[in-house]
Design a protein around this ligand. Structure first.
Ligand SMILES: [Mg+2]
Length: 257
């Protein structure tokens, strides 16, 4: 992977040549530092300023695993397009919707949440979050001592759930995400956004994300400007930014093009 910081002029040239870009951004770990609880994550004043400047200049979308209403509240900018629940809920200009899940998938999600719920007593700090089309199991606040035994139990549950075939599991940063096995995800979301925001495909896409779920989006955008936050041995992204704070620098530069 190439350093986005070192290749910033190349990125800038491509955007200038096209006369703009679509800017797709993940939230947690990209626009905001990862926080101990999902509620406490927020953008810094600097990030907010840089993002606002980009919003004035580009079509911007924030794509998150959070519920749509939640991510929209966190960002709070009206002209931004929002995709929540890893692509299952969206608000893109006047286009709003929920990709309704079939009842069987909703039941599988409910069932996945139920299997983890009893662990909350045994593991204080464990949090099961039910979203419209996914379930997150947050284990960031677990005592380090409890992690190993939790991991053992979680692995077993994940194997069982995966074997049933209707859900897939994403292993994020101290979070397990259960979502429908097909037809959703951030890769699906970028397709939808592009169709809505740039139907003739004249603009390059800049996608910045930090986690496993973003890899699908990177793969769905093989010729675009994809940026992974945090160094990884393998990623489908073209560029890498070492630290979350480097995102601010990139946004600031894009805002001045
Ligand atoms: Mg993230």
């Amino acid at each position: 992977m190439l350093s986005a910081a070192r290749h910033i002029d190349e990125i800038a040239r491509r955007v200038r040549r096209a006369g703009g870009a679509l800017l797709f951004l993940d939230f947690d770990g990209t626009l905001a530092e990862i926080a101990t609880t999902p509620e406490s994550a927020r953008m810094s004043a600097r990030t907010r300023r840089a993002l606002k400047a980009c919003v004035a200049r580009y079509r911007v979308a924030v794509i998150s695993g959070r519920a749509l209403a939640d991510v929209r509240r966190k960002v709070g900018m009206r002209t931004v397009a929002y995709v929540g629940g890893h692509g299952t809920e969206y608000s893109i200009g006047r286009l709003r919707g929920v990709s309704g899940l079939p009842a069987a998938l909703r039941a599988s999600l409910r069932d996945a949440a139920r299997r983890f719920l009893p662990l909350c007593k045994e593991y204080p700090g464990l949090r099961i979050e039910r979203k419209p089309s996914s379930v997150s199991v947050h284990y960031r606040r677990l005592e380090p001592r409890a992690l190993r035994s939790f991991a053992r139990i979680a692995r077993r549950l994940c194997t069982d759930i995966a074997a049933e075939g209707s859900l897939r599991i994403m292993f994020g940063k101290r979070v397990l995400e259960f979502m429908p096995a097909i037809g959703f995800g951030k890769g699906h979301a970028v397709g939808l956004l592009r169709r809505e925001l740039d139907p003739r495909r004249t603009l390059p896409v800049i996608y910045i994300g930090d986690d496993t779920t973003d890899e699908e989006a990177f793969r769905a955008l093989p010729r675009e400007i994809t940026v992974r936050v945090g160094v990884r041995r393998s990623s489908a992204a073209r560029y890498v930014l070492r630290r979350r704070a480097d995102v601010d620098l990139l946004l600031e530069r894009l805002a001045t093009l």
